[in-house]
Design a binder for this molecule. Sequence first.
Ligand code: NIG
Ligand code: FE
Length: 405
Amino acid sequence: MPSFDTLASADGLWTGLTGLDGQPCAIAVQDGRIAWTGAPDAVPAACAALPRHAGQGALVTPGLVDCHTHLVYGGQRANEFAMRLAGASYEEVAKAGGGIVSSVRATRAASEDELFARASARLQSLLAEGVCAIEIKSGYGLALEHERKQLRVARRLAAAHGVTVRTTFLGAHALPPEYAGRSQEYTDLVCREMLPALHAEGLVDAVDVFCERIAFSLAETEQVFQAAQALGLPVKLHAEQLSDMGGAALAARYGALSCDHIEHLSQEGIAAMAAAGTVAVLLPGAYYTLRDTHLPPIAALRAAGVPMAVSTDHNPGTSPALSLLLMANMACTLFRLTVPEAIDGITTHAARALGLQETHGAIAAGRPANFVLWDLQDAAELAYWFGQRPVRAVVRQGRIAEGAV
Ligand code: NIG
Ligand code: FE
């Protein structure tokens, strides 16, 4: 892995690019930021003398944003894949002692350096495909020291790879085995000890809960949201994945950045999200892996004007996916998103799901330079091909991080 500091600067005038609208465009980068962008015949005099980077007709998009991942964990769960192929459901696997809790055992057993090395390799795949910002959740530690270990790894990944990382504390992901039958006590621990301590260490950017029959109740979810709110932290929710718990409406009342999964989201939940400006995060990788058949209510979300993001949900149980473009393809094929919706879903709306809408997800003057040059002619190709990596170059945080131009 080349050190971020040694990467070439992206400063200069990027010409010969084609925008998502099919029109020629140019981008001027100065001091790692976008100084100007527009039509090639309208380059301001101040930018015209900059050194040139020839885009040679490459399609250019904003840097991709993966807004929902569980990237840091020990072990893997291919055995559960086999169990499900033999007919077991996700809930049955979880009840049999597998599921999230089996990743908890492996994560607790791993050292911080081991977790860093494994997560680094996974992150590398996402970065090579143009990811410039990523969310990383805890939730496989479920005890203060192990949640801390996961979040520290997430912070180290940001520094080592020169990528924007938003950390999300997901202490309320599953009930740890030592608290079996004592859900309320564990929720109290999450709210009174774990969250305040990790927040004080600067490790938490947002707070999430898995609100589900096999995880935390609506009342427990609200308790965690209240603890987050008291610390001034934004919330998100794993909502209505397996059943309609009313989680989305609750999350919207707390001004949630996003509600994620939402296969069983109700009309009431949609209305609440629309009113609160909460982003709907679609996770087709989990839907596909679990062979779910209950589609998220895309048409109703669209009609209500709820912004839709698309993410990998990378995790060892339900979505061992490391390609955001594949998720865009699946969002179109499985969920019937349009191509522009899918592209917005992995850029501008994904940024908003992380509260990064002012800095990421769009190519605009004043923002840090994060953009991707693709060996593609037509924007629809971004969601059309799968199993390919048509990246020519990635500019991340003002440096040429992949490819060469
Ligand atoms: O987003 N839904 C809950 N959490 C993860 C799955 C985690 C796991 O199975 O390890 C998800 O799909
Ligand atoms: Fe998830």
